[in-house]
Design a protein around this ligand. Structure first.
Ligand SMILES: [Zn+2]
Length: 116
């Protein structure tokens, strides 16, 4: 009932609650912070717990970066592997093997970072 929700919100504001820039994850109504510090949805008539959104977002961004980096490293390994198998000159083979070694240790470090 939208009318009812509006009335409850007005009541909350009158009681000193502060309207937040967050919306209720369940009904989408604006959330209020009560004087007690609790976060309240006037429509659902219940307490809402907000997870630190910024933190969440940066963790998700980081995870995407790790995934993309891992994909890149694997792709590079695969292309250097192709070069190495076609290479006949020992000096060039050594260079390519060095690149492979670097890529492998980067991959290893990346996987350790992601696990921690
Ligand atoms: Zn709600």
């Amino acid at each position: 009932m939208p009318g009812e929700g509006m009335r409850k919100m007005a009541e909350l504001l009158r009681s000193g609650a502060r309207m937040l820039s967050y919306n209720c994850p369940e009904c989408g109504s604006p959330l209020f912070q009560l004087k007690s510090g609790e976060i309240w949805c006037a429509s659902c008539q219940k307490r809402v717990v907000i997870v630190a959104e910024d933190e969440d977002e940066s963790a998700a961004t980081r995870e995407l970066l790790w995934e993309s980096l891992e994909r890149t490293l694997v792709e590079k390994l695969s292309s250097v592997n192709g070069l190495l198998s076609a290479e006949a000159e020992p000096a060039k083979m050594r260079d390519l093997a060095e690149v492979i070694s670097l890529l492998l240790s980067s991959l290893d470090r990346l996987r350790r970072i992601r696990k921690s």
